[in-house]
Each structure stands twice: as structure tokens, then as C-alpha cells.
Design a protein. Sequence first.
Length: 94
Amino acid sequence: MITKKFTKMLFNEKSISFLLDIKNSKSDFYSSLAVKSNNCSYLHCMHLVMKLHNLGLINFEKQGRKKIIILTKIGEEVANNIESIKILLETNRI
């Protein structure tokens, strides 16, 4: 069941940007890249990462000292749908 808190967090500009950055990343995506690409503090980024992880949209994969952020299957579907909506809105702008 989708709660009001979930939709408010998910449709936040930073959350959307974060999911699309992970989806479109050509190489490994980790927290310091997320901070740079979303122009936010490390603490805010980690708070967002934990929320997305708790929702089941992202997972972590350890590679040495780095903690790589990857989308789950549901996270990929959500990111693809958000990207489709974004493209639809951009192409139908008046």
C-alpha cells in the first residue's frame, strides 16, 4: 500500500534525480558521486540513500572499500517509469 509519506519522498526532485543518475550511470555509482551529481550534502545524500534502501528501490554491493549503489528490480521499473513520464512531459510541453 502506497502511503502519503512514500509518495512525498519518492516524487521529491532529489529522489527522482538520484534514481535516474543510478539508472543512467555508465560505471559504478557510489555515495560520493551521488553527492556531486545532486548538489547536496553528504548527510542529506546518505539519508536519501537509506530511505530508498528501506523502500526496496536500491541495494548495496561491496567492492573492496567502496559500497556500490545498485537499483533493485523494482527500483529499475520505477526509474524507467519516471524517465518515461519525464520524456512524455518534455515532448508535450506547450
